[in-house]
Design a protein around this ligand. Structure first.
Ligand code: 3PY
Ligand code: MG
Length: 258
C-alpha cells in the first residue's frame, strides 16, 4: 500500500502536488519535494496516456504515489493509466451513487471490479503479475471528486458506496454548477463545501479539497477543518505566482518602472 492510502487510513493528512505541465521533469522535481502524492491532470490538459507513462518513469524509485485525474469516467483510459503504473485514480464529477460504484469498479480487478488483467508495465511486464494482482484491489487509491451541486444533494448515497478511499472537492466546478463560476469564496459555495465535509466525517470517508492558490496558510486551515486529501496548488500556479511576485518586486524597487 502506498503512503497516501496508509496516511488516510490513519487519519493523517496526505498532501499532493498537481501536474498540468505534462513534462517528466515537473514530476521528478515535485517528487523530490516530499509530497505524498502527485496528480497528473488528464482532464484539463493535453496529457496523453503515453505522456503519463513517461512521467511515471520519471518518479520511479521515489516514495511518491502517482495518481491520475482522469478525463472522465472511461474504464478504457482507467485501465491504460493503471497498466502504465498509476497508483490510483481521481475521478472527476462523481454526482451519483451509480457513478461512484463505477469509479470503484473500473479501478479494481474481479471480483470487486472489472479492470482487465495483463502483463503490463504495472506488473513489471508480467514478472510481478501474481503479487500485483493479489494486492492491487487493496492498494489502488480511488478518489471521487465531489464538484457539482448534484453531488452535494446525493452525498449520503455516494458515500455509502464501498471502496471510496477519499473524496475531493473541485471548488471551480462546484461554483460553476451553482451558477457562480469562479466565485469559490461565495458563501453559498463555502456552505456546500462544508456540507460535503460534514457528510464525509459522518461516513468516515477522508475528505479532500483542491487548494488552488499558492499558500501554505490555506492548506493548514483546511487541515484544521478536517480535510485530509489536499492538493497544494498547481504546477502552473507555482510558476505564475513566482514569476509575478518577482517581477512585481523588481518593479516596486527599481528604475525599471515606467
Ligand atoms: C475544480 O475546481 O473544479 C477542480 O477540478 C480542481 O481540481
Ligand atoms: Mg473540476
Amino acid at each position: 500500500m502506498g503512503r497516501t492510502k496508509a496516511k488516510l487510513q490513519n487519519g493523517q493528512p496526505a498532501l499532493g502536488g498537481w501536474i498540468m505541465i505534462g513534462h517528466p521533469s515537473v514530476a521528478e522535481l515535485l517528487a523530490g519535494e516530499g509530497f505524498d502524492w502527485l496528480a497528473v491532470d488528464m482532464e484539463h490538459t493535453s496529457t496523453t496516456v503515453r505522456t503519463f507513462h513517461e512521467l511515471s518513469l520519471a518518479v520511479k524509485g521515489s516514495a511518491v504515489d502517482l495518481l491520475v485525474r482522469l478525463p472522465g469516467h472511461d474504464p478504457q483510459i482507467t485501465k491504460l493509466v493503471l497498466d502504465s503504473g498509476a497508483d490510483g485514480i481521481i475521478v472527476p464529477a462523481v454526482n451519483t451513487p451509480e457513478q461512484a460504484r463505477e469509479a470503484v469498479a473500473m479501478a479494481k480487478f474481479p471480483p470487486h471490479g472489472h479492470r482487465g488483467a495483463s502483463l503490463c508495465r504495472a506488473t513489471d511486464f508480467g514478472r510481478n503479475f501474481r503479487d500485483y494482482y493479489r494486492n492491487h484491489n487493496e492498494n489502488v487509491l480511488v478518489v471521487c471528486m465531489l464538484e457539482h451541486i448534484d453531488a452535494v444533494n446525493n452525498v449520503d448515497a455516494i458515500l455509502a458506496v464501498p471502496g471510496i478511499d477519499a473524496t475531493f472537492i473541485g471548488p471551480y466546478d462546484l461554483s460553476a454548477s451553482m451558477g457562480l463560476p469562479g466565485q469559490t469564496d461565495h458563501p453559498d459555495v463555502l456552505e456546500a463545501q462544508q456540507t460535503l465535509l460534514a457528510a464525509c466525517k459522518r461516513h468516515g470517508v477522508p475528505a479532500g479539497i483542491h487548494v488552488v492558490p499558492v499558500g501554505g496558510d490555506e492548506v493548514s486551515r483546511r487541515i484544521g477543518e478536517g480535510f485530509r486529501f489536499i492538493a497544494c496548488g498547481i504546477d502552473t500556479e507555482f510558476l505564475l505566482f513566482a514569476a509575478r511576485h518577482m517581477l512585481q518586486e523588481v518593479m516596486d524597487t527599481s528604475e525599471v518602472r515606467d
